[in-house]
Ligand binder design. Structure first.
Ligand SMILES: [Fe+2]
Length: 262
């Protein structure tokens, strides 16, 4: 509670903008919180100071705030966007920058996180096509995490990717789109399979993730609950996937409506 109060005192307008996002699009609100948690974990792993983490965290929370200025029929369209609609959607970066840049309690970098989070190393991003070191590190972190969270979320128009599939896809853009060192830290430090998630293994068994291996986050420890034939085990046991390299997680089992976009 004291943290929430501190935030409301020092960054009232920013917090109101975040809550506005919630009323526009609940998914966007949850996505912003996810991105904030991931980038903060990465910032901590990188040894950022508290002030730096605060700026990175605010930049993450508000990176998509410009979407509150995008027409709802485009923002909430349950299918692929037309070229023109996509151009409209891209403007959330500039709109976010405009909304944030003159906020008295926000460092200017926060506005630049909104402006730059879709820029990519090779200049193929938007809105300005800036490249490499022209892009602020915070915007690069947000760019990685933003893409990852979008890929691993269920949307009306497509299923979620498995965490390791999303990481592989990000790696395909290593050095062209994303900084390789940053990707490596992301893969190693962010627990890509959260504890409590139900998974099916390539062996046919299924179970619940009970712990992560800090060195190999993508190979967690699974409590096996059903055997290859789908029958429930009388005595569940733990399997450390870092010691069974031939067995992969083949599916994340979700429990229906929790993931639907209300
Ligand atoms: Fe965005």
């Amino acid at each position: 509670m004291s943290t929430i109060l501190d935030d409301l005192y020092s960054n009232r307008d920013a917090m109101i903008m975040l809550l506005n996002l919630q009323s526009v699009d609940h998914y966007l609100y949850i996505h912003s919180l996810n991105v904030c948690v991931y980038t903060s974990l990465l910032g901590i792993a990188r040894g950022y100071s508290r002030d730096e983490l605060m700026t990175l965290g605010l930049g993450s929370l508000l990176h998509d705030v410009g979407k509150s200025r995008i027409p709802l029929d485009v923002l909430l369209k349950p299918g692929a966007l037309s070229k023109q609609e996509f151009e409209e959607m891209k403007r959330h970066t500039e709109r976010g920058y405009q909304l944030l840049k003159d906020e008295p309690n926000l460092p200017l970098i926060v506005a630049h996180c909104a402006f730059q989070h879709h820029e990519r190393l090779d200049g193929s991003g938007y809105p300005r096509g800036i490249r490499g070191s022209e892009i602020h590190d915070y915007a690069k972190w947000i760019g990685i995490v933003d893409s990852y969270d979008a890929m691993t979320s269920h949307r009306i128009y497509r299923n979620a990717m498995l965490p390791h599939q999303a990481v592989e896809l990000l790696y395909a853009g290593s050095e062209t789109l994303y900084d390789t060192e940053m990707l490596r830290l992301f893969r190693d430090k962010v627990a890509i399979y959260p504890v409590g998630m139900t998974v099916e293994l390539s062996s046919g068994q299924s179970g619940v993730i009970v712990d992560v291996n800090t060195l190999t986050m993508h190979r967690p420890i699974v409590r096996i609950l059903t055997n290859e034939g789908g029958e429930e085990l009388k005595t569940p046991y733990d399997m450390d996937l870092s010691k069974h390299l031939s067995i992969m997680i083949s599916r994340v089992v979700t429990n229906g409506p929790a993931l639907a976009e209300a």
